[in-house]
Design a protein around this ligand. Structure first.
Ligand SMILES: [Zn+2]
Ligand SMILES: [Zn+2]
Length: 220
């Protein structure tokens, strides 16, 4: 086995542990069953030898180092998905959910610029959280992001809603019933005293907290 293959197997394993952890799982058995690696036992051996993860009482647990690597990989993978979805407008269902190679679309060096360019998106097109990077903390807008929060959108402009990240899941249904949903094209009419949008022939006023949760891309 060449070193590149090893590296890929390790990366895929780390990504898998991350995804399982997100769903609240760290059982070693579940990891074994979810992995499609041809030699899971040796892979687990490699992970522990390299101190990327440790096995304890039937659980597989990240080391700090392993977690950092996984975090970076998942971040790149989900930003790449966003890029395909928001910029190239590829339908979300054609962006492979389990595309392990997705992060290779984005070089490590480009990650921060792409994140900034996309407006520091909080989730991938499938709704999974994108781990934050240094750029998201600074949040200094040096280039105009393609996707912005509605609160930062230009009054008078027309945009397509790319995604909604509701703090209250019940909101999604309410917004949907108003025609405010991912993919809808809206015209942003005013910011003050309240946020007003035009959706088809209807004018809708929304609260600032909700406006912050709607991400939009300008339609030229
Ligand atoms: Zn995704
Ligand atoms: Zn960022």
């Amino acid at each position: 086995m060449g070193t590149i293959t090893d590296k890929e197997r390790i990366e895929e394993a780390l990504e898998l542990i991350w995804v399982l952890n997100e769903d609240g799982h760290n059982a070693l058995n579940r990891f074994k069953l979810s992995s499609d690696d041809s030699d899971i036992t040796s892979l687990i051996g490699t992970l522990t030898e390299r101190k990327l993860a440790l096995v304890n009482e039937g659980e597989i647990i990240f080391s700090e180092k392993g977690k950092e690597i996984a975090r970076g990989l998942i971040r790149r993978q989900r930003l790449a998905e966003r890029l395909l979805s928001d910029v190239f407008e590829m339908p979300d269902d054609t962006i492979l959910n389990d595309a392990c190679k997705m992060e290779h679309i984005l070089s490590e060096e480009l990650t921060e610029s792409v994140c900034t360019f996309l407006g520091h998106p909080p989730t991938c097109p499938h709704g999974k959280p994108i781990p934050r990077g240094e750029c998201c903390k600074k949040f200094k807008i040096e280039v105009t992001p393609v996707v912005t929060r509605l609160t930062d959108f230009e009054v008078g402009a027309t945009g397509r809603i790319t995604f909604i990240v509701p703090s209250d899941p019940n909101r999604i249904n309410k917004l949907n019933s108003l025609g405010i949903t991912a993919g809808s094209v809206i015209k942003f009419l005013q910011k003050k005293p309240s946020y007003v949008l035009q959706v088809d022939e209807t004018t809708v006023a929304i609260d600032p907290e909700i406006a912050k949760e709607i991400y939009i891309k300008k339609v030229l």
